[in-house]
Design a binder for this molecule. Structure first.
Ligand SMILES: NC(=O)C1=CN([C@@H]2O[C@H](COP(=O)(O)OP(=O)(O)OC[C@H]3O[C@@H](n4cnc5c(N)ncnc54)[C@H](O)[C@@H]3O)[C@@H](O)[C@H]2O)C=CC1
Ligand SMILES: O=C(CO)COP(=O)(O)O
Length: 329
């Protein structure tokens, strides 16, 4: 596992509980020591006991030695530099699995695309995992489900078998684009919901934004080749519900601070974990424009982030440039 934050550590626990031998690369020596010796990661997962077999090291060569599967859970904006540093250490036959839910600023690439470019990997050896997977809930072994996606169904199946415990069920599909974009786009809608919470509006506003948000997510992803069913599944609607409802969500939390009147700079300074949505907004809007897809809710989030829209004005009724009523479907 590359990355010892909340998701990397939690997913390592899942894999270890599923019977795999798991090693984690942690940037900080103290954190690696805490995971290996105390079987804890108290900064990211307070109160969670990790499996006895799990160990971590700041020495990435030691962690990757002999790996059959390499899972990656670092902030999306740091993926390329992290992969460049370990490219020669990843065993050539290893399956590489992205656990990340962002797109790269500047290139607007999905994480599996960055992996492919940086490692020169065969797409059949790459998988992505997404779904309603708030790390702390899974670390507490509260039951949920994930989707493992790869262009090669056999690869997805191998990974799903490793990522199976009595508290996590992994489904498979071959719609990598839909699975990845589902995870990216729900973050942006969760920021919008956080803004609404911060402003103090109620359930009607949130339900309208979630529903119209799912329409935006689906239209965008389908324009890029996703299957609509994927967006209606765990990696789309499922994750949208979890992230919009939970105070554990960092995207939701960032939105709430914006809604309370904090500036983008203040919010970034207050967050000590990754809120992917903040960096994904701009590249997603660029991709939407390239395909002529309207994303009114995501555009409003961008305006609130830029300080050009009062958070109180975020609303589903601003969802069209036209004065004419729009068909719902
Ligand atoms: N936390 C969650 O509930 C879930 C997170 N994810 C995704 O997993 C990915 C990682 O998220 P978390 O583990 O939550 O993040 P986090 O902020 O808890 O941890 C990030 C980890 O990456 C490491 N890292 C390596 N290179 C870095 C760099 N250049 N800059 C900053 N950190 C660097 C950090 O040291 C840290 O261990 C994100 O894409 C997120 O969307 C997906 C599902 C659930
Ligand atoms: O992706 C997640 C849950 O599925 C975690 O969401 P946050 O990154 O907003 O915490």
């Amino acid at each position: 596992m590359l990355g010892a934050g909340s998701w990397g550590t939690t997913f390592s626990k899942v894999l270890a509980d599923g019977g795999s031998d798991v090693a984690i690369w942690a940037r900080r020596t103290e954190l690696a020591r805490e995971i290996s010796q105390a079987k804890r990661n108290s900064d990211y997962l307070p109160g969670i006991n990790l499996p006895r077999t799990l160990w971590a090291s700041p020495n990435v060569a030691e962690v990757l030695d002999g790996a059959e599967m390499v899972f990656v859970s670092v902030p999306s904006q740091s993926l390329r530099e992290n992969l460049a540093a370990v490219r020669d250490l990843i065993p050539p036959e290893a399956i590489v699995v992205s656990l990340m839910k962002g797109v790269e600023r500047g290139t607007a690439r999905r994480m599996s695309q960055v992996i492919r470019e940086e490692l020169g990997a065969d797409p059949a050896q790459i998988a992505v995992i997404s779904g309603p997977n708030l790390a702390l809930e899974i670390a507490k072994e509260e039951p949920t489900a994930s989707v493992v996606s790869s262009e090669n169904l056999a690869t997805a199946t191998l990974v799903a078998m490793a990522a199976r415990t009595d508290y996590l069920r992994s489904f498979v599909n071959t719609d990598v684009i839909g699975t990845e974009f589902g995870g990216v786009l729900k973050n942006l809608i969760a920021v919008a919901i956080g803004i609404v919470d911060g402003v103090g509006y109620g359930e009607n506003t949130k339900a309208s934004i979630i529903t119209r948000g799912l329409v935006e997510m689906t239209e965008f992803a389908v324009a890029y080749g996703a299957r609509p069913e994927t967006l209606a599944g765990l990696a789309g609607l499922g994750d949208l519900i979890a992230t919009c409802e939970s105070p554990l969500s960092r995207n939701n939390t960032a939105g709430r601070l914006l809604g309370q009147g904090y500036s983008f700079t203040d919010v970034v300074a207050q967050m000590n974990q990754t809120a992917e949505g903040l960096a994904s907004v701009a590249p997603i809007l660029e991709l939407a424009m390239a395909k002529g897809v309207e994303m009114p809710i995501v555009s409003q989030v961008a305006e609130v982030l830029a300080g050009t829209m009062n958070p109180k004005d975020i609303a589903p009724h601003l969802t069209s440039n036209s004065d004419e009523p729009q068909p719902e479907n």
